[in-house]
Design a protein around this ligand. Sequence first.
Ligand SMILES: *[C@@H]1O[C@H](CO)[C@@H](O)[C@H](O)[C@H]1NC(C)=O
Ligand SMILES: *[C@@H]1O[C@H](CO)[C@@H](O)[C@H](O)[C@H]1NC(C)=O
Ligand SMILES: *[C@@H]1O[C@H](CO)[C@@H](O)[C@H](O)[C@H]1NC(C)=O
Ligand SMILES: *[C@@H]1O[C@H](CO)[C@@H](O)[C@H](O)[C@H]1NC(C)=O
Ligand SMILES: *[C@@H]1O[C@H](CO)[C@@H](O)[C@H](O)[C@H]1NC(C)=O
Ligand SMILES: *[C@@H]1O[C@H](CO)[C@@H](O)[C@H](O)[C@H]1NC(C)=O
Ligand SMILES: *[C@@H]1O[C@H](CO)[C@@H](O)[C@H](O)[C@H]1NC(C)=O
Ligand SMILES: *[C@@H]1O[C@H](CO)[C@@H](O)[C@H](O)[C@H]1NC(C)=O
Ligand SMILES: *[C@@H]1O[C@H](CO)[C@@H](O)[C@H](O)[C@H]1NC(C)=O
Ligand SMILES: *[C@@H]1O[C@H](CO)[C@@H](O)[C@H](O)[C@H]1NC(C)=O
Ligand SMILES: *[C@@H]1O[C@H](CO)[C@@H](O)[C@H](O)[C@H]1NC(C)=O
Ligand SMILES: *[C@@H]1O[C@H](CO)[C@@H](O)[C@H](O)[C@H]1NC(C)=O
Length: 367
Amino acid sequence: MNTHSPYFPSMLLFFITLLQVAAFEEGDRAALQAFKSMISHDPQGILNSWNDSRHFCEWEGITCALRGSLSPYIGNLSFLREINLENNTIQGEIPREFGRLLRLEALFLSNNSLAGKIPANLSYCSRLTVLALPYNKLVGRIPFEFVSLYKLKRLALHRNSLTGGIPPFLGNLSSLELLSLGANSFGGNIPDSLGQLKELEALGIGGNNLSGTIPHSIYNLSFVEIFSVPQNQLHGSLPTSLGLTFSNLKHFQIDQNFFSGSIPISLSNASKLEVFQIGKNNFSGKLSVNFGSMKNLSFLNLFSSNLGSGESDEMGFMNSLANCSKLRVLRLGGNQFRGALPHSIANLSNQLQILALGDNQLYGSIP
Ligand SMILES: *[C@@H]1O[C@H](CO)[C@@H](O)[C@H](O)[C@H]1NC(C)=O
Ligand SMILES: *[C@@H]1O[C@H](CO)[C@@H](O)[C@H](O)[C@H]1NC(C)=O
Ligand SMILES: *[C@@H]1O[C@H](CO)[C@@H](O)[C@H](O)[C@H]1NC(C)=O
Ligand SMILES: *[C@@H]1O[C@H](CO)[C@@H](O)[C@H](O)[C@H]1NC(C)=O
Ligand SMILES: *[C@@H]1O[C@H](CO)[C@@H](O)[C@H](O)[C@H]1NC(C)=O
Ligand SMILES: *[C@@H]1O[C@H](CO)[C@@H](O)[C@H](O)[C@H]1NC(C)=O
Ligand SMILES: *[C@@H]1O[C@H](CO)[C@@H](O)[C@H](O)[C@H]1NC(C)=O
Ligand SMILES: *[C@@H]1O[C@H](CO)[C@@H](O)[C@H](O)[C@H]1NC(C)=O
Ligand SMILES: *[C@@H]1O[C@H](CO)[C@@H](O)[C@H](O)[C@H]1NC(C)=O
Ligand SMILES: *[C@@H]1O[C@H](CO)[C@@H](O)[C@H](O)[C@H]1NC(C)=O
Ligand SMILES: *[C@@H]1O[C@H](CO)[C@@H](O)[C@H](O)[C@H]1NC(C)=O
Ligand SMILES: *[C@@H]1O[C@H](CO)[C@@H](O)[C@H](O)[C@H]1NC(C)=O
C-alpha cells in the first residue's frame, strides 16, 4: 500500500491510545498491518513493535501522536471493542465505515475537529454502550437510526453545533445513564419522553436555546445526580417535592432561564447537594431551605434570581450554611433580601473564596 494515500497527509502523526482486541484472527492482523501501512510518519518508531516477532495481541496500548483524518479503512478493524482517539486534532468527517465495527462497545472521539454530520451508520454498532463525540464541530441532527442503540449508557455530544431539537426517541434508550447535549443549538422543547429514562444519573442540556417547561416526569427520576439546564429560555415553577424525588442530587444548575415561583423547602433533604446554581431567574418569595445537612455544598449561586420576601427572619437560611464547611462560593447579590445580616456570617466555611451580597437591602455589621 502506498504511503501517500489520499486518506492521510504525508506528514501524519498518529495517536491511538486504546485498542482493545476482542478476537484474534489472521484477517485482523492483516487489517492492523494495512492500518499501520497507512501511517507515513512515525517519529518515535512506535509502530516497529507491530512486527512479526510478537503476536499482534501484544501490540496493544500503542501510544504515538496523530494528526489527520480518520480513514475509511478503520471499518476493517472489525475486532475492535473500544476506540479512544480523544484529545487529538483529527479533522474531516466521521467515516460511515465505523458502522462495520459490529463488536464496538465504546467510541471516544472527544475533543478533535471532526466536522459534518454524525453518520447514521453508527447505529449498526449495536453493542455500543458509550458514544462520546463532545468538543467537535459536528452539525445536523442526532440520527433517528440511533433509536436502535438500546445498550447505550452514555451519550455525550456537548459542544458541537447540532440542531433539530432534542429528539423524543432518546426516551426509548432505556439504558441511558448520562445524556450530555449542552452547548449545541438544538432549540425546541424538552421532550416528555426523557422522563422514561429511569436509569438517568446525569442530564446536561444547557446552552441550547430550549423553550417551554421541564416535563414533570423528569423530576421523578430518582437516580439523577446532575441536573444541568442553564442558559436556555425555560420557564415554569419547580415542584414542591423536588428535594424528595431528586434525593441523590449533587449538581442543580438552572441559571439564566425564566423559572418562577418559590424555591421548594424540600430541597433541605437533598443532603448530597454540592452545586446549587439558580441565578438569573424570576423566582419570588422567601428562601426557606435549610442547608445544614449539605456537608459537601461548595457552590451556592442565587445571584439576581428575584428572591426575597421582606419578612424579618428572611436571612435565617444563612444560619444553616454554617454547617457547610466546604462552601467556596456564596453569591446572594441582586435579590430583594431585606433585613439584618445574621451573626452566623462569621461562622461560614473557612474555604470561602467568594462572598457576594451586594444589591440587596441588608444592614447590620460584618463581624
Ligand atoms: C519487534 O518488536 C519488539 C517489541 O517492541 C522489538 O523488541 C523488536 O526489536 C522489533 N523487531 C524489529 C525487527 O523491529
Ligand atoms: C478495507 O477497507 C477499505 C475501505 O473501506 C475497503 O475498500 C477494502 O476492501 C477493505 N479491505 C479488506 C481487506 O477488507
Ligand atoms: C483528554 O483530556 C482530558 C482533559 O485534559 C482528560 O481528562 C482525558 O483523560 C484525556 N483523555 C485521554 C484519552 O488522554
Ligand atoms: C483537548 O485536548 C487538548 C490537547 O490534548 C487539551 O489540552 C485540552 O485540555 C483538551 N480539552 C478538553 C475539553 O478535554
Ligand atoms: C454501514 O454499516 C453497514 C453494517 O455494518 C455496512 O454493511 C456498510 O458497509 C456500512 N457503510 C459503509 C459506507 O461503510
Ligand atoms: C419508543 O417506545 C415506545 C414504547 O415505549 C414505542 O411505542 C415507540 O414506537 C418507540 N419509538 C421508536 C421510535 O422506536
Ligand atoms: C431561539 O429560539 C427561538 C424560538 O424559540 C428562535 O426564534 C430564535 O431564533 C432562536 N435563537 C437562536 C440564537 O437560535
Ligand atoms: C411521580 O411519581 C409519583 C409517585 O410515584 C406519581 O404519583 C406521580 O404521578 C409521578 N409524576 C409524574 C409526572 O410522572
Ligand atoms: C425533609 O426535611 C425536613 C426538614 O429538614 C424534615 O422535617 C423531613 O422529615 C424530611 N423529609 C424526609 C422524607 O426526609
Ligand atoms: C461528601 O463527599 C464525600 C467524598 O466524596 C462522600 O464520601 C460523602 O458521602 C459526601 N457526603 C454527603 C452528605 O453526600
Ligand atoms: C416574573 O414573574 C412575575 C410574577 O412573579 C411576572 O409578573 C413577570 O412577568 C415575570 N417576568 C419575566 C421576565 O418572566
Ligand atoms: C449541622 O450538622 C449537625 C451534625 O453534623 C446537625 O446535628 C445539625 O442539625 C446541623 N445543623 C443544621 C442547621 O442543620
